[in-house]
Design a binder for this molecule. Structure first.
Ligand code: NDP
Length: 481
């Protein structure tokens, strides 16, 4: 039974949301040439938060031209030391405005304030601090004595970690001397627009960062623009493949960070209580809208019953509801479209014979919600074991031997992350070597750090973000991954 908590809502009065936003091009906001705007809503209440400009081809052209001018005239000529000053300033402003940004992120995205405040925002600032530190030390990064920038970077990001994905893209690009045109996701543009304001506040030279809002079509125009030198995309594998096809044969350098279907593997010698926390964090963090989520739980057969019973007990204590309440564990699903996708895939799980379980949990009347869900009796052939659900849905499978765990974990077209829970260090090292996954966590899950490279194998994409390896994606050098 969940304890009764008095509501502890974070105040939304700290954010000022404009009734509409233009495009941030060449250092100032302008009306879109299309004259079109679209609504962005709070997925927890369906309240319209603002109207945001829809960038068309002329706007994309203008943004790329502004980035090119800033690159040629200012940014590529500036010393690393001076670039670092701007990036440090941005990092400090993010820290100063972190409460406002956390509330804004929660309103536009639906994620619990506890997560935007304690995970997203600290990591956003950390990414800028970390990369500010690199800006004047690139010659020591292992890419030769004088590594060169690429030029204009076109960056398209998803809705699950809107400001954090922006930080992952913008910070290394600027540190390495590139200028940027970034398109946030249609459902979560507001923190990127607040970031535009931060760029102005930091006195960043006009055109170094340009933010253009719009839907998938705007993203397509941006990545296909002939005058960009680098494309960085995070999102679905399907769109990633389309971008790879569009970029093929051009000189654009490409980084793709796509979907995942990670195995979280629990051996019988694992500390079960800790593992349960790791499983919960692995799949229910951010409503499961996480590309590296531990969406396939692999339990060693001898502890499967005990672990499942503990997991279900733990899930009954999770609180779903108002994302602005500091007690909330599970927030809103980001959009009605994503909710339909989760509903469709979970229905297929039941139709294919898996057993579905959710704790009793009241669902608010308005907004988009999905309770934490566990599927047992899952086979590897089920869609819920193969496809990325991107929701709070866990598929449980079992194994007997480490070899079987490896075979099952790797039996996926994806290869982004994996988790291993065991007491034995030797087994961790052996397993980590066997995993076809870009990130392997041991006795923890969903830990992020700007010093640590993040990226995938197979259909999870290529290129790395973060760490010294991530710098290579924004320099005119061979990609190290
Ligand atoms: P998309 O891949 O469609 O969206 C990611 C970003 O790409 C958004 O900014 C989107 O714009 C933009 N985009 C869409 N089409 C194109 C295109 N042809 N060229 C360039 N950019 C484009 O993901 P969805 O939001 O549709 O989510 C669908 C599924 O993708 C999810 O259910 C989930 O499984 C997976 N996903 C994976 C993510 C990850 O981190 N790996 C992140 C998000 C989703 P816009 O949203 O404005 O239309």
């Amino acid at each position: 039974m969940p304890f009764d908590y008095a509501p502890a809502p974070e105040s939304r009065s700290i954010v000022d949301i404009e009734s509409n936003y233009g495009l941030f091009i060449g250092g100032s906001f302008s009306e879109p040439s299309s004259g079109e705007f679209f609504k962005t809503i709070n997925p927890a209440t369906e309240e319209v938060l603002s109207e945001v400009a829809e960038a068309g081809q002329a706007d994309v052209d203008a943004a790329v031209a502004a980035a090119r001018r800033a690159y040629d005239k200012t940014w590529s000529k500036m010393s690393g030391k001076d670039r670092a000053k701007y990036i440090f300033r941005i990092a400090r402003l993010i820290q100063e405005r972190s409460r406002e940004l956390a509330v804004l992120e929660t309103l536009d995205n639906g994620k619990p304030i506890r997560e935007s405040r304690d995970v997203d925002l600290p990591l956003v600032a950390a990414h800028f601090f970390y990369h500010a530190g690199w800006a004047d030390k690139l010659e020591f990064a292992g890419y030769g004595p004088d590594p060169k920038s690429l030029g204009v970077a076109a960056q398209v990001i998803p809705w699950n970690f809107p400001l954090l994905m922006l930080a992952w893209k913008v910070a290394p690009a600027l540190a390495c001397g590139n200028t940027v045109v970034l398109k946030p996701a249609e459902t979560t543009p507001l923190t990127a627009l607040a970031f535009a304001d931060i760029c102005q506040q930091a006195g960043l030279p006009p055109g170094v960062v340009n933010i253009i809002t719009g839907a998938g079509e705007t993203g397509r125009m941006l990545v296909e623009h002939p005058n960009v030198d680098k494309v960085a995309f995070t999102g679905s594998t399907e769109v990633g493949k389309a971008i790879q096809r569009a970029v093929a044969g051009t000189k654009k350098k490409l980084t793709l960070e796509l979907g995942g279907k990670a195995a979280n593997i629990v051996f019988d010698d694992a500390p079960i209580d800790q593992a349960i926390e790791g499983i919960v964090n692995g799949i229910y963090f951010n409503q499961g809208h996480v590309c590296c989520a531990g969406s396939r739980l692999l339990l060693q057969e001898s502890v499967a019953d005990e672990a499942l019973a503990s997991l279900k007990r733990r899930l009954t204590t999770l609180r779903l509801g108002d994302p602005l309440d500091k007690n909330t564990d599970i927030g809103a699903i980001n959009s009605s479209m994503q909710l339909s996708k989760i509903e469709e895939l979970t229905a297929s799980g039941e139709a294919e014979g898996a057993e579905r379980w959710s704790p009793t949990c009241p669902i608010p009347d308005k907004g988009f919600w999905f309770p934490p869900t566990v599927f047992t009796n899952v086979t590897q052939a089920h869609r819920i074991a193969r496809e990325e659900i991107f929701g709070p849905v866990l598929s449980v499978l079992t194994f007997r031997t480490p070899e079987e765990a490896v075979a099952k974990a790797n039996n996926t077209p994806f290869g982004l992350s994996a988790g291993i829970w065991t007491e034995k260090g030797s087994r961790i090292l052996w397993m980590a070597n066997q995993m076809r996954a870009g990130i392997v966590w041991a006795n923890t899950f969903n830990r992020f750090d700007p010093t640590s490279p993040f990226g995938g194998f197979k259909e999870s994409g290529f290129g790395r973000e973060g760490g010294v390896q991530g710098l290579g994606a924004y320099l005119n050098v061979e990609d190290p991954s």
